[in-house]
Design a protein around this ligand. Structure first.
Ligand SMILES: Nc1ncnc2c1ncn2[C@@H]1O[C@H](COP(=O)(O)OP(=O)(O)OP(=O)(O)O)[C@@H](O)[C@H]1O
Ligand SMILES: O=P(O)(O)OC[C@H]1O[C@H](OP(=O)(O)OP(=O)(O)O)[C@H](O)[C@@H]1O
Length: 328
Protein backbone atom coordinates (compact mmCIF):
# COMPACT_ATOMS: atom_id res chain seq x y z
CA UNK A 1 0.00 0.00 0.00
CA UNK A 2 1.10 3.58 -0.71
CA UNK A 3 2.06 5.14 2.62
CA UNK A 4 -0.53 7.30 4.32
CA UNK A 5 0.87 10.75 5.13
CA UNK A 6 0.03 11.84 8.66
CA UNK A 7 0.38 15.37 10.05
CA UNK A 8 1.18 15.61 13.75
CA UNK A 9 0.65 18.87 15.63
CA UNK A 10 3.33 21.15 17.02
CA UNK A 11 2.53 23.51 19.91
CA UNK A 12 -0.23 23.17 22.51
CA UNK A 13 -1.39 19.82 21.15
CA UNK A 14 2.05 18.34 21.78
CA UNK A 15 2.75 19.86 25.16
CA UNK A 16 3.06 17.73 28.30
CA UNK A 17 0.67 19.99 30.21
CA UNK A 18 -1.88 20.62 27.47
CA UNK A 19 -2.39 17.93 24.85
CA UNK A 20 0.35 15.34 24.71
CA UNK A 21 -0.15 13.77 21.26
CA UNK A 22 3.24 12.02 21.52
CA UNK A 23 2.11 10.17 24.67
CA UNK A 24 -1.18 9.27 23.01
CA UNK A 25 0.65 7.57 20.13
CA UNK A 26 2.88 5.73 22.61
CA UNK A 27 -0.13 4.63 24.66
CA UNK A 28 -1.78 3.42 21.46
CA UNK A 29 1.19 1.15 20.80
CA UNK A 30 3.11 3.16 18.21
CA UNK A 31 6.89 3.34 18.50
CA UNK A 32 7.38 6.93 17.51
CA UNK A 33 10.70 8.81 17.22
CA UNK A 34 11.41 12.49 16.56
CA UNK A 35 8.17 13.70 18.14
CA UNK A 36 9.17 14.09 21.78
CA UNK A 37 7.37 17.25 23.12
CA UNK A 38 9.64 20.27 22.78
CA UNK A 39 12.15 18.36 20.68
CA UNK A 40 10.19 17.55 17.53
CA UNK A 41 11.77 16.91 14.12
CA UNK A 42 10.05 17.86 10.87
CA UNK A 43 9.98 14.24 9.74
CA UNK A 44 8.76 11.82 12.35
CA UNK A 45 9.39 8.08 12.33
CA UNK A 46 6.75 5.52 13.22
CA UNK A 47 9.09 2.58 13.66
CA UNK A 48 6.54 -0.21 13.98
CA UNK A 49 4.18 0.80 11.17
CA UNK A 50 5.83 1.21 7.77
CA UNK A 51 2.53 2.21 6.15
CA UNK A 52 2.68 5.60 7.90
CA UNK A 53 4.84 8.56 6.88
CA UNK A 54 4.57 11.38 9.45
CA UNK A 55 5.38 15.08 9.33
CA UNK A 56 5.19 17.85 11.90
CA UNK A 57 2.41 20.38 11.13
CA UNK A 58 1.40 23.70 12.66
CA UNK A 59 -2.31 23.51 13.53
CA UNK A 60 -2.94 26.87 11.84
CA UNK A 61 -1.62 25.49 8.52
CA UNK A 62 -2.88 21.93 8.83
CA UNK A 63 -6.24 22.51 7.06
CA UNK A 64 -4.42 23.95 4.00
CA UNK A 65 -2.08 20.96 3.95
CA UNK A 66 -5.08 18.63 4.13
CA UNK A 67 -7.10 20.32 1.39
CA UNK A 68 -4.09 20.35 -0.94
CA UNK A 69 -3.25 16.70 -0.30
CA UNK A 70 0.14 17.51 1.22
CA UNK A 71 -0.91 15.30 4.11
CA UNK A 72 -3.71 12.70 3.86
CA UNK A 73 -4.73 12.84 7.50
CA UNK A 74 -3.80 14.96 10.48
CA UNK A 75 -4.47 15.62 14.12
CA UNK A 76 -5.67 19.17 14.56
CA UNK A 77 -8.07 21.20 16.67
CA UNK A 78 -11.58 21.60 15.30
CA UNK A 79 -11.23 25.40 15.66
CA UNK A 80 -8.63 25.54 12.86
CA UNK A 81 -10.64 23.25 10.59
CA UNK A 82 -13.69 25.52 11.03
CA UNK A 83 -11.61 28.66 10.52
CA UNK A 84 -10.47 27.30 7.14
CA UNK A 85 -13.89 26.09 6.02
CA UNK A 86 -15.73 29.41 6.59
CA UNK A 87 -14.55 30.83 3.25
CA UNK A 88 -13.72 27.64 1.35
CA UNK A 89 -15.61 24.52 0.37
CA UNK A 90 -15.25 22.11 3.19
CA UNK A 91 -13.05 19.38 1.75
CA UNK A 92 -11.99 18.11 5.15
CA UNK A 93 -13.80 15.26 6.88
CA UNK A 94 -13.63 14.37 10.53
CA UNK A 95 -12.67 10.76 11.15
CA UNK A 96 -13.31 11.17 14.85
CA UNK A 97 -12.89 13.29 17.94
CA UNK A 98 -9.94 12.51 20.20
CA UNK A 99 -11.26 14.15 23.34
CA UNK A 100 -8.24 16.26 24.36
CA UNK A 101 -7.00 19.80 23.73
CA UNK A 102 -10.40 21.15 24.74
CA UNK A 103 -10.73 24.90 24.28
CA UNK A 104 -13.45 27.45 23.66
CA UNK A 105 -13.22 30.25 21.15
CA UNK A 106 -14.53 33.32 22.92
CA UNK A 107 -15.13 37.05 22.57
CA UNK A 108 -13.47 38.99 25.40
CA UNK A 109 -13.40 42.62 26.53
CA UNK A 110 -11.77 44.43 29.50
CA UNK A 111 -13.22 43.61 32.96
CA UNK A 112 -14.40 47.17 33.44
CA UNK A 113 -16.41 47.26 30.18
CA UNK A 114 -20.09 48.15 30.59
CA UNK A 115 -21.25 45.46 28.09
CA UNK A 116 -22.64 42.06 28.94
CA UNK A 117 -23.00 40.87 25.34
CA UNK A 118 -21.58 41.59 21.90
CA UNK A 119 -24.94 43.06 20.89
CA UNK A 120 -24.61 45.61 23.72
CA UNK A 121 -21.06 46.41 22.62
CA UNK A 122 -22.31 47.41 19.17
CA UNK A 123 -25.40 49.23 20.50
CA UNK A 124 -23.43 51.25 23.06
CA UNK A 125 -20.92 52.27 20.39
CA UNK A 126 -23.54 53.50 17.91
CA UNK A 127 -22.39 56.69 16.21
CA UNK A 128 -18.80 56.33 17.37
CA UNK A 129 -16.35 58.18 15.13
CA UNK A 130 -13.41 55.78 15.47
CA UNK A 131 -13.40 52.13 14.31
CA UNK A 132 -14.19 49.27 16.69
CA UNK A 133 -11.01 47.19 16.70
CA UNK A 134 -10.97 43.42 17.20
CA UNK A 135 -7.76 41.33 17.18
CA UNK A 136 -7.84 37.59 16.61
CA UNK A 137 -6.01 34.56 15.22
CA UNK A 138 -9.36 33.46 13.72
CA UNK A 139 -10.46 36.27 11.34
CA UNK A 140 -12.87 34.12 9.30
CA UNK A 141 -14.84 32.75 12.24
CA UNK A 142 -14.80 36.18 13.86
CA UNK A 143 -16.17 37.92 10.79
CA UNK A 144 -18.92 35.31 10.44
CA UNK A 145 -19.86 35.59 14.12
CA UNK A 146 -19.92 39.40 14.06
CA UNK A 147 -22.02 39.52 10.88
CA UNK A 148 -24.60 37.24 12.52
CA UNK A 149 -24.78 39.37 15.66
CA UNK A 150 -28.10 41.22 16.15
CA UNK A 151 -26.43 44.41 17.41
CA UNK A 152 -24.08 44.51 14.41
CA UNK A 153 -26.96 43.88 11.97
CA UNK A 154 -29.10 46.66 13.53
CA UNK A 155 -26.34 49.20 13.00
CA UNK A 156 -24.43 48.00 9.94
CA UNK A 157 -26.89 45.70 8.15
CA UNK A 158 -25.12 43.36 5.71
CA UNK A 159 -21.95 45.45 5.45
CA UNK A 160 -18.84 43.26 5.65
CA UNK A 161 -16.42 44.24 8.44
CA UNK A 162 -12.96 45.12 7.25
CA UNK A 163 -10.54 42.23 7.75
CA UNK A 164 -6.79 42.72 7.65
CA UNK A 165 -4.36 39.81 7.49
CA UNK A 166 -0.96 41.47 7.42
CA UNK A 167 -1.03 43.63 4.25
CA UNK A 168 -4.14 41.97 2.79
CA UNK A 169 -7.38 43.86 3.38
CA UNK A 170 -10.94 42.79 2.59
CA UNK A 171 -14.45 44.07 3.43
CA UNK A 172 -16.37 47.34 3.17
CA UNK A 173 -17.21 48.42 6.73
CA UNK A 174 -14.15 50.17 8.09
CA UNK A 175 -16.00 51.15 11.28
CA UNK A 176 -15.58 47.53 12.46
CA UNK A 177 -12.11 46.16 11.84
CA UNK A 178 -10.94 42.59 12.45
CA UNK A 179 -7.19 42.35 12.49
CA UNK A 180 -5.18 39.14 12.37
CA UNK A 181 -2.99 38.39 15.37
CA UNK A 182 -0.25 35.76 15.43
CA UNK A 183 -0.45 35.04 19.17
CA UNK A 184 -0.38 36.81 22.54
CA UNK A 185 -3.76 38.16 21.42
CA UNK A 186 -4.88 39.20 24.93
CA UNK A 187 -2.24 41.94 24.99
CA UNK A 188 -3.91 43.86 22.15
CA UNK A 189 -6.54 45.14 24.58
CA UNK A 190 -3.84 46.95 26.60
CA UNK A 191 -2.57 48.36 23.29
CA UNK A 192 -5.95 49.84 22.35
CA UNK A 193 -8.19 47.10 20.86
CA UNK A 194 -11.85 47.09 21.93
CA UNK A 195 -12.28 43.35 21.90
CA UNK A 196 -10.45 40.13 21.07
CA UNK A 197 -11.51 36.69 19.87
CA UNK A 198 -9.21 34.03 21.29
CA UNK A 199 -9.27 30.50 22.58
CA UNK A 200 -9.32 29.79 26.27
CA UNK A 201 -8.72 26.66 28.27
CA UNK A 202 -8.19 27.28 31.99
CA UNK A 203 -9.04 30.99 31.65
CA UNK A 204 -5.73 32.01 33.23
CA UNK A 205 -4.52 34.05 30.22
CA UNK A 206 -7.75 36.07 30.20
CA UNK A 207 -7.54 36.65 33.94
CA UNK A 208 -3.92 37.75 33.73
CA UNK A 209 -4.80 40.28 31.03
CA UNK A 210 -7.82 41.60 33.01
CA UNK A 211 -10.35 40.41 30.47
CA UNK A 212 -13.85 38.99 30.74
CA UNK A 213 -15.72 36.72 28.32
CA UNK A 214 -18.77 38.04 26.49
CA UNK A 215 -19.67 35.16 24.19
CA UNK A 216 -18.61 31.64 23.24
CA UNK A 217 -18.23 31.19 19.49
CA UNK A 218 -17.42 27.49 19.51
CA UNK A 219 -16.08 24.58 21.55
CA UNK A 220 -13.08 22.77 20.13
CA UNK A 221 -11.09 19.65 20.79
CA UNK A 222 -8.54 17.74 18.80
CA UNK A 223 -9.55 15.14 16.27
CA UNK A 224 -8.25 13.06 13.39
CA UNK A 225 -9.19 14.72 10.10
CA UNK A 226 -8.85 13.57 6.48
CA UNK A 227 -8.33 15.56 3.30
CA UNK A 228 -9.63 14.68 -0.19
CA UNK A 229 -6.54 12.53 -0.92
CA UNK A 230 -7.55 10.09 1.80
CA UNK A 231 -9.68 7.57 -0.09
CA UNK A 232 -10.05 3.79 -0.45
CA UNK A 233 -7.21 1.91 1.27
CA UNK A 234 -5.92 5.12 2.84
CA UNK A 235 -9.30 5.77 4.38
CA UNK A 236 -9.39 2.19 5.74
CA UNK A 237 -5.95 2.77 7.22
CA UNK A 238 -7.02 6.15 8.64
CA UNK A 239 -9.95 4.52 10.41
CA UNK A 240 -7.65 1.85 11.84
CA UNK A 241 -5.29 4.53 13.17
CA UNK A 242 -8.24 6.36 14.72
CA UNK A 243 -9.53 3.19 16.39
CA UNK A 244 -6.07 2.52 17.81
CA UNK A 245 -5.79 6.06 19.19
CA UNK A 246 -9.34 6.12 20.50
CA UNK A 247 -8.77 2.78 22.20
CA UNK A 248 -5.90 4.34 24.15
CA UNK A 249 -8.06 7.34 25.09
CA UNK A 250 -10.94 5.13 26.25
CA UNK A 251 -8.48 2.95 28.16
CA UNK A 252 -7.26 5.95 30.17
CA UNK A 253 -10.76 6.36 31.57
CA UNK A 254 -11.06 2.74 32.76
CA UNK A 255 -9.62 0.35 35.33
CA UNK A 256 -9.28 -3.38 34.92
CA UNK A 257 -10.49 -4.81 38.23
CA UNK A 258 -10.33 -8.38 39.49
CA UNK A 259 -11.57 -9.83 42.77
CA UNK A 260 -12.67 -13.08 44.35
CA UNK A 261 -16.03 -14.05 45.83
CA UNK A 262 -17.38 -17.35 47.10
CA UNK A 263 -18.61 -19.53 44.24
CA UNK A 264 -22.20 -19.42 45.47
CA UNK A 265 -22.18 -15.60 45.32
CA UNK A 266 -20.78 -15.32 41.76
CA UNK A 267 -24.09 -14.95 39.90
CA UNK A 268 -25.53 -12.51 42.43
CA UNK A 269 -22.41 -10.34 42.25
CA UNK A 270 -22.44 -10.53 38.46
CA UNK A 271 -26.05 -9.21 38.38
CA UNK A 272 -25.11 -6.47 40.86
CA UNK A 273 -22.29 -5.35 38.54
CA UNK A 274 -24.47 -5.44 35.40
CA UNK A 275 -27.42 -3.64 37.09
CA UNK A 276 -25.14 -0.78 38.20
CA UNK A 277 -23.20 -0.58 34.90
CA UNK A 278 -19.96 -1.47 36.71
CA UNK A 279 -18.70 -3.45 33.70
CA UNK A 280 -18.48 -3.08 29.91
CA UNK A 281 -20.51 -5.95 28.42
CA UNK A 282 -20.69 -8.39 31.32
CA UNK A 283 -18.28 -9.49 34.05
CA UNK A 284 -15.98 -12.40 33.23
CA UNK A 285 -16.27 -15.17 35.81
CA UNK A 286 -13.47 -17.71 36.32
CA UNK A 287 -14.70 -20.30 38.79
CA UNK A 288 -12.19 -22.06 41.05
CA UNK A 289 -12.68 -24.72 43.74
CA UNK A 290 -14.08 -22.43 46.39
CA UNK A 291 -13.78 -18.94 44.93
CA UNK A 292 -14.65 -17.35 41.61
CA UNK A 293 -12.51 -14.61 40.20
CA UNK A 294 -14.58 -11.81 38.71
CA UNK A 295 -13.08 -9.43 36.15
CA UNK A 296 -14.59 -6.15 35.00
CA UNK A 297 -13.56 -3.08 33.01
CA UNK A 298 -14.98 -0.15 34.90
CA UNK A 299 -15.00 3.63 34.31
CA UNK A 300 -12.49 5.15 36.76
CA UNK A 301 -15.07 7.44 38.34
CA UNK A 302 -17.30 4.50 39.26
CA UNK A 303 -14.54 2.49 40.94
CA UNK A 304 -14.99 3.81 44.53
CA UNK A 305 -18.73 3.05 44.64
CA UNK A 306 -18.22 -0.39 43.11
CA UNK A 307 -15.56 -1.14 45.71
CA UNK A 308 -17.99 -0.22 48.43
CA UNK A 309 -20.68 -2.40 46.86
CA UNK A 310 -18.63 -5.57 46.38
CA UNK A 311 -17.46 -5.51 49.99
CA UNK A 312 -21.06 -6.34 50.92
CA UNK A 313 -20.54 -9.63 49.05
CA UNK A 314 -17.31 -10.35 50.97
CA UNK A 315 -15.10 -9.70 47.96
CA UNK A 316 -11.41 -10.41 48.60
CA UNK A 317 -8.06 -10.18 46.78
CA UNK A 318 -9.23 -7.06 44.95
CA UNK A 319 -6.72 -5.83 42.38
CA UNK A 320 -6.89 -2.84 40.09
CA UNK A 321 -4.81 -2.33 36.94
CA UNK A 322 -4.48 0.43 34.40
CA UNK A 323 -5.70 -0.36 30.89
CA UNK A 324 -3.51 0.38 27.86
CA UNK A 325 -5.96 -0.25 25.04
CA UNK A 326 -9.75 -0.58 25.17
CA UNK A 327 -11.60 -0.93 21.87
CA UNK A 328 -15.31 -1.11 22.64
N1 LIG B 1 -4.09 26.22 26.44
C1 LIG B 1 -4.46 25.27 25.60
N2 LIG B 1 -4.72 24.03 26.04
C2 LIG B 1 -5.11 23.06 25.17
N3 LIG B 1 -5.25 23.24 23.83
C3 LIG B 1 -4.99 24.45 23.38
C4 LIG B 1 -4.59 25.51 24.22
N4 LIG B 1 -4.39 26.59 23.47
C5 LIG B 1 -4.67 26.22 22.21
N5 LIG B 1 -5.05 24.93 22.15
C6 LIG B 1 -5.46 24.18 20.96
O1 LIG B 1 -4.30 23.79 20.27
C7 LIG B 1 -4.43 24.04 18.88
C8 LIG B 1 -3.31 24.95 18.45
O2 LIG B 1 -3.33 26.12 19.22
P1 LIG B 1 -2.81 27.52 18.75
O3 LIG B 1 -3.08 27.68 17.34
O4 LIG B 1 -3.35 28.54 19.68
O5 LIG B 1 -1.30 27.49 18.84
P2 LIG B 1 -0.22 26.79 19.70
O6 LIG B 1 -0.41 25.32 19.61
O7 LIG B 1 -0.18 27.37 21.04
O8 LIG B 1 1.03 27.19 18.85
P3 LIG B 1 1.66 28.63 18.68
O9 LIG B 1 2.06 29.08 20.06
O10 LIG B 1 2.79 28.30 17.78
O11 LIG B 1 0.64 29.55 18.08
C9 LIG B 1 -5.79 24.67 18.66
O12 LIG B 1 -6.65 23.72 18.10
C10 LIG B 1 -6.22 25.11 20.05
O13 LIG B 1 -7.62 24.98 20.23
O1 LIG C 1 -7.02 29.63 29.10
P1 LIG C 1 -5.56 29.28 29.16
O2 LIG C 1 -5.29 28.02 29.90
O3 LIG C 1 -4.72 30.43 29.65
O4 LIG C 1 -5.08 28.93 27.67
C1 LIG C 1 -5.39 29.73 26.57
C2 LIG C 1 -4.19 30.38 25.98
O5 LIG C 1 -3.31 29.36 25.48
C3 LIG C 1 -3.00 29.66 24.12
O6 LIG C 1 -1.94 30.55 24.03
P2 LIG C 1 -0.41 30.18 24.12
O7 LIG C 1 0.04 30.12 25.53
O8 LIG C 1 -0.14 28.95 23.29
O9 LIG C 1 0.26 31.44 23.46
P3 LIG C 1 -0.19 32.25 22.16
O10 LIG C 1 -1.32 33.14 22.62
O11 LIG C 1 1.00 33.02 21.79
O12 LIG C 1 -0.63 31.26 21.11
C4 LIG C 1 -4.24 30.39 23.62
O13 LIG C 1 -3.99 31.17 22.47
C5 LIG C 1 -4.65 31.23 24.83
O14 LIG C 1 -4.00 32.47 24.84
Amino acid sequence: MEKIVLGLPKGSLNNVNRGNTYQLFKDAGYEIRGYEPGNESYEIEVLNDNEIKAFLTRPQSTPVELTRGMVDIAIVGEDWVKEESVSNDNLITKIGDLDYGQTRLIVAVPNESPYSSLTELFRMNTGRKTPILCFTEYPNLTRQFIMNNDGYKEIFGDAVPLVQVRGLVDGDNDMVQIINSDGATEVYIAKGADLIVDNTQTGSSLKKAGLVELETIMHSSSGLYAGPSCVDKKMDKAKMIFEQLYGAITARKHFDVKFNVNNDMATVVSSFLVDNSYCSDEPTINPGKKYSQINVLIPKNKFPEMLNGIKNYDASSIIRNDVKQYVK
